[in-house]
Ligand binder design. Structure first.
Ligand SMILES: [Zn+2]
Ligand SMILES: [Zn+2]
Length: 257
């Protein structure tokens, strides 16, 4: 079995001393590849460095909506520069977060448009972070008018109807630890509705550990619990589902695997 964690932050200080062990533990369980996601210029550079150091890590570059307030022309140019590296495979994470509102909503929306502009310019897929803002995000993306898009809604948290709207725009859908939470029947229903060829899995580690690890620091190995839940939801065996997910990741992120 070969799986991929399509959204992880291995560069974060939470992992400092243990990064290599965490990668090894994941690989022993069959998780062979990692997409290390940048959240600002600094962490995008760190992701790029990791991707250049390890063959099985791919990087992304972007600015998280929390930090949208810090985006200016210089920041956009730096992100663009990082994205020239072939191991930096996607723009992200970018998007809208109206749950925590750490940047003003209108600033988040403006920055999202700037990243959509970059998307149409450089032709690498998008990785969206979207929390409590699906209506606005889908409106902006639709209005921008370049569907079908290539990209991923990471740590999907919407219902079946929202999922359908994301699919209609061409996006892939990635599920994280919350898929295993007891109260999340609606999310499992959305996952069941997701066509197999658009389905992805991730940890978002160090955040969002699955049900039995709640309260702990998350790591890629724990993705196996989310994978078990996904197998049950789709009534599939591990080999078939992991092959499908890896092939989806290869296709949307154009990974040279
Ligand atoms: Zn995120
Ligand atoms: Zn993230």
């Amino acid at each position: 079995m070969r799986l991929i964690d399509t959204h992880v932050h291995l560069n974060f200080p939470d992992f400092k001393e243990e990064r290599v062990e965490i990668m090894e533990r994941a690989q022993e369980a069959g998780i062979a590849y990692f997409v290390n996601v940048g959240t600002d210029v600094e962490t995008s550079k760190q992701s790029q460095e990791l991707a250049n150091k390890y063959e099985n890590i791919f990087a992304t570059a972007g600015v998280h909506p929390h930090d949208a307030k810090d985006v200016n022309e210089a920041v956009l140019n730096e992100i663009k520069e990082i994205l020239k590296d072939p191991k930096v495979v996607a723009i992200g994470e970018v998007g809208l977060d109206f749950f925590r509102n750490m940047s003003p909503q209108e600033v988040q929306e403006k920055v999202l448009e700037q990243f959509l502009e970059l998307y149409s310019e450089i032709d690498k897929p998008l990785i969206f972070h979207c929390r409590d803002a699906f209506d606005r995000l889908l409106e902006i993306v639709t209005h921008y008018g370049k569907a079908p898009y290539s990209g991923i809604f990471h740590c999907f948290s919407g219902d079946k109807d929202i999922l359908k709207r994301c699919l209609d725009l061409g996006f892939h859908i990635s599920f994280a630890g919350p898929l295993t939470y007891k109260k999340n029947d609606e999310l499992r229903e959305a996952c069941q509705y997701c066509p197999l060829d658009r389905l992805l899995i991730e940890t978002d580690a160090p955040y969002l550990p699955p049900q039995t690890k709640r309260g702990k620091r998350n790591e890629t190995l724990y993705m196996m619990e989310t994978f078990e839940t996904m197998k049950q939801i789709h009534g599939m065996g591990g080999e078939a589902l992991s092959d499908q997910i890896l092939s989806n990741a290869k296709s949307v992120l154009r990974l040279p695997l």
